[in-house]
Ligand binder design. Structure first.
Ligand SMILES: Nc1nc2c(ncn2[C@@H]2O[C@H](COP(=O)(O)OP(=O)(O)O)[C@@H](O)[C@H]2O)c(=O)[nH]1
Ligand SMILES: [Mg+2]
Length: 357
């Protein structure tokens, strides 16, 4: 999974990035506007750790999340999308989720705290970047569609016109609903204003404990969007500590779960993702799939041959696997399930795919 951090400069994008990936990137804008930071983290998963203890494999492979901090968005960023190199909005196109970092703490210059307006500014730039892409494509597409009358082109033209008027009316492509076929037609554009978003309100340390209240104050613009509040500065400090000290520090501050965990949970929920596990002597590994995938589709994330040649999936819940202590015991106790092609994978399933190609 790839997650892009977006926000006005000074909102704490880089501070949060440092907290998430335990990095030490320069904060406070000293590194300049066009420095992108990238970092990958393992998705913490106690289930995987326990399975690993049981199977004692040569390798344990966690799911990963890559974070990208593009270095701030300001008025005008959208129009310059293609001009900018590293640090430009174009890098955001491959992201699965955009995290809007909203400044909820008083800054040194005394600029008022206006998360709603800040969000609008950034959303507008994302939409403008999309509009640029749409307009460029429409110039050619409208001619082609008119002359060839090819239904696919005509439909694409209609869809882009629909996106264009949504943006021109001040909206985001996210607000539009498309049929699965139309969704597919637009997928290649990877529109920024269509991406799932998570709002992160960056609050001052004094407000820890009042997260819910601060989020409520945000008002109407958050309707229908996932939100969470955290103090990036404190989280960055926590991220520099070793695990035991970090736990004690979190307790002291009354923070139940680190930002890292909360952001990952929120992102998984937003994208409707679940995990399943494969286990053997060589490797115990977590895989990420969309909720609702069938066993062959899940097998396909491991290897395309496994999907093509899928016969059946031997399945057991991770907890049952731990209780029973392995495949053999599960077979003997009759708890091992043998699932076919229609089986919908559940979060926490341990799966062994039988296939033949
Ligand atoms: N008081 C306070 N200051 C913060 C917080 N997060 C970031 N800052 C400060 O705000 C400034 C800008 O932060 P930075 O992460 O570089 O913002 P960016 O421009 O969005 O990447 C830095 O001086 C940070 O120390 C926070 O949660 N509370
Ligand atoms: Mg920054």
């Amino acid at each position: 999974m790839q997650i892009g951090l977006v926000g006005l400069p000074g909102s704490g994008n880089t501070t949060l990035f440092n907290a998430l990936v335990r990095a030490n990137a320069e904060t406070g804008g000293y590194a300049g506007q066009n420095t992108a930071n990238r970092g990958t983290i393992r998705v913490p998963d106690p289930r995987l750790e326990r399975l690993s203890t049981l199977f004692n494999p040569r390798k344990t492979t966690f799911a990963t999340v890559e974070y990208l901090d593009i270095g701030g968005i300001t008025a005008g960023s959208g129009r310059q999308e293609e001009l900018q190199g590293a640090g430009g909005l174009a890098d955001l196109r491959s992201m699965d989720v955009l995290v809007h970092v909203l400044r909820g703490f008083p800054d040194l210059t005394g600029t008022p705290v206006t998360p709603g307006a800040d969000f609008e500014t950034v959303e507008l730039e994302l939409a403008i970047a999309d509009l640029e892409v749409i307009e460029r494509r429409l110039t050619r597409l409208s001619k082609e569609a008119r002359s060839t009358k090819q239904p696919d082109l005509v439909r694409e033209w209609e869809l882009l016109e629909q996106c264009k008027s949504e943006i021109e009316g001040g909206g985001s492509i996210r607000n539009l609903e498309f049929s699965p076929e139309d969704e597919k037609r637009l997928r290649g554009y990877r529109f920024l204003s269509q991406k799932q978003v998570l709002l992160v309100l960056n609050i001052p340390e004094e407000d820890l404990g009042s997260e819910a209240g601060r989020l409520k104050e945000l008002g109407e613009f958050t309707e229908g969007l996932d939100t969470l509040a955290l103090c990036a500065k404190v989280e960055m400090e926590i991220a520099q500590l070793d695990e035991d000290d970090a736990g004690a520090f979190l307790d002291d501050l009354g923070i139940e779960e680190s930002a890292l965990n909360r952001m990952i949970t929120a992102s998984y929920q937003l994208l409707n993702l679940i995990s399943f596990f494969t286990v053997n002597d060589n490797e115990v590994r977590a895989w990420t799939v969309t909720r609702g995938v069938t066993a062959p589709e899940a097998a396909g994330t491991v290897h395309s041959d496994m999907e093509r040649g899928f016969i059946r999936a031997e399945t057991l819940d991770w907890q049952a696997m731990l209780e029973l202590g392995g495949w053999q015991a599960a077979k003997e106790k009759g708890t091992l399930r043998v699932e076919g092609k229609q089986y919908v994978v559940a979060d926490g399933d341990v799966i062994n795919v039988r296939f033949s190609v």
